[in-house]
Design a protein around this ligand. Structure first.
Ligand code: NAD
Length: 531
């Protein structure tokens, strides 16, 4: 173990005005495209470095290593990371617990300032962070920018939200008393994040936790530890004291399980698959010797998201929205459209136009800004291929269905569309998490809604229609956490589209919304009798 001197002074910094979403980078402008190419070169020179665990501010090396590789060229190592095992759970939780003793009493203004400084740092190095995402998980420029922008948004938004919560009051003052309401932190949180929004979701859950006064054991996905290590560096540069966030990439099965089960872990903030989320829920429910609380779980899980195309829809807008929702980042979004439900009278024309549009997509290296990049790893590619084989039996393959070979042996799956799929077919029900879209024929609008609601999930959904009556019915009856009208079902914006799903899609925590920080706090009511 080596101790490294890091600054731990958080300079004052107030939010500048009301929250506004970070603007997207316009890569059609020459100077921005050039800045991105320069960043890819700069970051390319930094690939392959080894990163330590950071526990209580100390740099820790372990025997086991995780190699993060570029899915577009798997021979390229993006970062080498220590692999935290079950034995690191104890020191990590203890370091977080020790830091909690002080951090919980740090003024909200100071904790919010930490987030705002972190946002400033990321904004200054935006192109570099985009480049890290391109290398580590295969995001093209716009997808990488959306992830970095959302990270900045979460930091800016939760800083303001924490200040709002700190000013909370009781709804009434009881006569003869002074009544107060304080949102206080919970304790040590295990933040367990996925690889598909490896920056925004990882940083968002962490930021929400620390700005409300909790301390964190951060376990990023083994497919994306480098961007998390870079975020850890940002927090330290912004003045975060040691132990407030403890950076521990490691396997879910050993380290993840051990942290979830630890009696001093107060709560778990998880985003990932349904299977792992449910497993965490079960483990967290079991009280351990020495545990003095009921563990809270915030579980955001998978999706099987539908777009309904009504007979009266703007046809071209619907086709474009479906293609963007289904194939952006190779369909590796919890919000991705994986089933499009089309009314019978426009079905054949829609399928034909969809086939043409999908044929126009360029698959290739995300560093060259192709429309569609690789899927994240070989295991994911194999799973997707298995589903395509199932889909070929369940419907009619009209586009894709194959892997794409490149000299670098990237994990490329062609955007795939399977038509004439039954609403209860496996590819219409199970989350594939890749570029595979099922097209389902509906008799009429009534039938479309029925199909849209027939999965165990309930994350996002969209309807393309010009009929106000249909939209109003969908508003009431389309049972998803994030419903969109006449636009794609991906691309939730912090503040405007608080994000989280129903049913097996999770606990509907609504990240980026006004209720989110309550989940990271507990309310304490104080009443003083006035003399
Ligand atoms: P995953 O469930 O495989 O892994 C998520 C995290 O859990 C990783 O850090 C992993 O190492 C860890 N983990 C695995 N087993 C564990 C265990 N037993 N105990 C503790 N931690 C464990 O998911 P993924 O492949 O990284 O991400 C894709 C999934 O995430 C998809 O299902 C997608 O829909 C979902 N997702 C949901 C949302 C949302 O907001 N609802 C957002 C993004 C992704």
């Amino acid at each position: 173990m080596a101790t490294v001197e890091i600054p731990t002074v958080i300079l004052p910094r107030k939010p500048q005005g009301a929250f506004r979403n970070e603007p997207f980078i316009d890569f059609s402008r020459h100077e921005n495209a050039q800045a991105m190419r320069d960043a890819l070169t700069r970051v390319g020179d930094q690939l392959g470095h080894e990163y330590p665990l950071v526990i209580g501010g100390e740099r820790v090396h372990t025997g086991g290593k995780i190699e993060s590789r570029n899915p577009a060229r798997p021979a390229q190592v993006v970062g080498v990371h220590q692999k935290a095992g079950a034995e690191q759970a104890e020191p990590a939780v203890q370091a977080a617990l020790a830091a909690f003793g002080k951090w919980k009493f740090v003024a909200t203004e100071e904790r919010a300032a930490l987030l705002l400084h972190a946002a400033d740092i990321i904004r200054r190095r935006k192109f570099d962070f985009c480049a890290w995402l391109t290398y580590e998980v295969g995001k093209n420029w716009a997808e990488a920018d959306a992830d970095v922008g959302e990270t900045i948004d979460f930091l800016e938004f939760y800083a303001r939200e924490a200040l709002r919560l700190a000013a909370a009051t009781t709804p009434i003052q009881y006569p003869g008393e002074r009544n107060e309401l304080h949102y206080i932190p919970l304790g040590v949180v295990a933040v367990i994040s996925p690889w598909n929004f490896p920056f925004a979701i990882m940083a968002g859950m962490t930021a929400a936790a620390i700005v409300t006064g909790n301390t964190v054991v951060l376990k990023p996905s083994s497919d994306s530890p480098t961007i998390a290590a870079r975020f850890m560096e940002v927090l330290e540069e912004a003045g975060m004291p040691p132990g407030v966030v403890n950076f521990c990439p490691g396997s879910g099965a050993s380290f993840g399980n051990a942290v979830v089960a630890h009696p001093k872990t107060r709560f778990i903030a998880f985003t990932g698959s349904k299977e792992v989320g449910l497993d965490i829920q079960e483990r967290a429910a079991k009280s351990q010797p020495g545990q003095t609380w009921i563990k809270r779980t915030i579980l955001e899980m998978g999706g099987k998201d539908s777009i309904i195309v009504s007979a009266d829809a703007d046809f071209e807008a619907a086709v474009s929205g479906v293609v963007a929702s289904a194939f952006g980042f190779s369909g590796q979004k919890c919000s991705a459209c994986s089933r499009v439900i089309v009314e019978a009278s426009v079905y054949d024309a829609f399928v034909e136009r969809l086939r043409e549009k999908v044929g126009d997509l360029k698959v290739g290296d995300p560093a060259q800004n192709a429309n569609i990049g690789p899927v994240v790893n070989e295991g994911a590619m194999d799973t997707i291929v298995d589903y395509i084989e199932i889909g070929k039996k369940e419907g009619r393959l009209i586009a894709g269905g194959n892997l794409i070979d490149t000299p670098e042996k990237g994990y490329y799956v062609a955007p795939t569309v399977i038509a004439d799929v039954a609403p209860d077919a496996r590819i219409a029900q199970e989350e594939i998490f890749g570029p595979v879209l099922a097209v389902i024929r509906a008799r009429d609008f009534e039938h479309s809604l029925e199909i849209a609601n027939n999965t165990e999930f309930g994350l996002t959904g969209s309807i393309y229609s010009t009929d106000r009556v249909k939209l109003d019915r969908a508003r009431r009856e389309f049972h998803v956490g994030n419903l969109y009208f006449n636009r794609k079902c991906t691309g939730a914006m912090v503040g405007a589209h608080p994000f989280g799903g129903f049913n097996m899609s999770g606990t509907d925590s609504k990240a980026g919304g006004p209720d989110y920080l309550y989940l990271f706090s507990q309310a304490k009511s104080v009443a003083e009798k006035l003399s």
